[in-house]
Design a protein around this ligand. Structure first.
Ligand code: NAD
Length: 435
């Protein structure tokens, strides 16, 4: 089938490319000229395992093209996937839908035969109705269309694998005609036995927020247990294991640490709370989850401040900047708040991240942060090591080398990746989160 993806970010690029891999003809469109120019040359703007190879192959085999011409992308396609950002409005917490509505306007203007508008972006319940109204306003010839909700559940860091082998695909439709087309698009996924769950449009929109809010709840819950352990004793790692082996609880999203970040959980939890309010419903659990997380993101810095008192002239090493391993995405990462606070207290930062350095540099233009190409180089003359992201390469550090390089012997392990007894037996003062 001929598909267009409007918005070629993490979601648009990965899902568009994977759809091409599944045999569809895909046009990925974006208003960012530089991004599209680069993609045409095979330069990928994000770090995502396995993506580069797929982009290259599908361009070569003629199934994947890139353009800034939104009109062309819409006119040429049978189905238009909207994959633009829905960032948080920092004042209200609601999802900012201006980019989605701009795509709906273009769809209405350029529709030239029956087409489907698919919302892949995460959008609050009721958005499909608003999108339909916008399309109708600009669709002067009254050409038939359907608006479908098809939220995306891929995880950055494993996005290609998640898209091609998902736990499920959720599709909210309001017509049999749209359902048939969506079934055809996802046939290769159904063929490998993955469930395609068809619902009404509103349920699909809510499933996405409910899923993210639930996962965020697990994280904030275990973080509270970790904080409690710090007061009363007990080891949250043991507790997670003991809880997670109960199949009703499950062991995933039960690792305590310095909170969740990224481009989804923080904004989606807030947007759910806001949509609740707008509709006369108070989401008490989601509000608590958000509140706990905001505090938790500062936990590592609090430990640092309590221990060091004064950071003037001190060197603090950050291992990991991205919000989670295997991605270069630093949106809402705990490393951002931590960095701001350390700099405000006069400290210097020595940073290492395998892939997120460039994104960090866009956020902080200061000589007080120095970047290194290897974790040990970032330890030279350091007073404290803070582990901000659980990259695998931090799990087995060479303590002897660390001792030789560092000025101080303090480790603040924000992700509980090290073993307290091992670090202490090597003479380090170790702080974890509830361990
Ligand atoms: P992103 O910021 O990486 O990409 C959005 C892209 O849309 C940008 O390249 C931007 O230039 C482009 N764009 C904006 N307005 C446009 C327009 N009018 N026409 C064409 N292009 C336009 O965002 P993302 O992380 O890919 O997220 C997209 C949506 O998917 C969001 O709603 C997000 O919540 C959701 N989502 C993200 C993830 C994730 O892991 N990143 C997972 C699931 C769902």
């Amino acid at each position: 089938m001929r598909l267009a993806f409007i918005g070629t970010g993490y979601v648009g690029l990965v899902t568009g490319t994977c759809m091409a891999e599944m045999g569809h003809d895909v046009i990925c469109a974006d208003i960012d000229k530089k991004k599209i120019q680069n993609l045409k040359k095979g330069i990928i703007p994000i770090y995502e395992m396995g993506l580069e190879e797929l982009v290259e192959r599908n361009i070569k085999e003629g199934r994947l093209t890139f353009t800034t011409d939104i009109r062309h992308a819409i006119e040429e396609s049978e189905v238009v996937f909207n994959a633009v950002g829905t960032p948080e409005d920092k004042k209200t917490g609601q999802a900012d839908l201006q980019y989605v509505f701009a795509v709906a306007e273009s769809f209405g203007k350029y529709i030239n035969k029956y087409k489907i508008f698919v919302n892949k972006s995460t959008v609050p319940v009721g958005t499909a109705e608003k999108v339909s109204a916008i399309i109708k306003k600009y669709n002067k010839k009254n050409i038939e269309f359907d608006a479908v909700s098809n939220p995306e559940f891929l995880r950055e860091g494993a996005a290609v694998k998640d898209f091609l082998n998902p736990d499920r695909v959720v599709v909210g439709v309001s017509s049999e005609r749209a359902k048939k087309v969506m079934e055809k698009i996802y046939k290769p996924i159904a063929r490998i036995g993955r469930p395609i769950v068809f619902t009404d449009v509103k349920s699909a929109e809510i499933i996405k927020y409910a899923s993210n809010a639930f996962l965020a709840t697990k994280i904030s819950f275990i973080n509270e247990i970790a904080n409690f352990c710090e007061k009363v004793g007990g080891n949250v790692k043991e507790i997670s294991k003991g809880m997670g082996l109960d199949s009703r609880v499950g062991n995933r999203f039960l690792q305590a640490g310095i909170g969740y970040g990224g481009s989804c959980f923080p904004k989606d939890v807030k947007a759910l709370i806001h949509t609740g309010k707008e509709n006369g419903y108070e989401f008490k659990i989601a509000s608590a989850v958000d509140e706990v997380n905001q505090k938790q993101k500062l936990r590592a810095f609090q430990i640092l401040k309590n221990r060091m008192k004064n950071l003037k002239g001190k060197n603090v090493t950050l291992w990991g900047l991205s919000f989670k391993p295997r991605t270069d995405d630093i949106r809402e990462a705990p490393s951002l708040d931590t960095t701001e606070n350390i700099l405000a207290m006069g400290g210097n930062i020595l940073a290492f991240d395998p892939v997120a350095e460039e994104n960090m540099k866009k956020n902080f233009r200061t000589k007080k942060i120095k970047y290194f190409s290897n974790p040990y180089l970032a330890l030279k003359n350091s007073d404290v090591l803070m582990i901000m992201t659980e990259w695998d390469e931090f799990r087995n550090p060479d303590y002897e080398k660390m001792t030789r390089l560092m000025r101080g012997k303090i480790i603040i392990d924000g992700r509980n990746v090290l073993d307290r007894s091992e670090a202490e037996s090597e003479g380090f003062e170790y702080f974890g989160i509830g361990v």
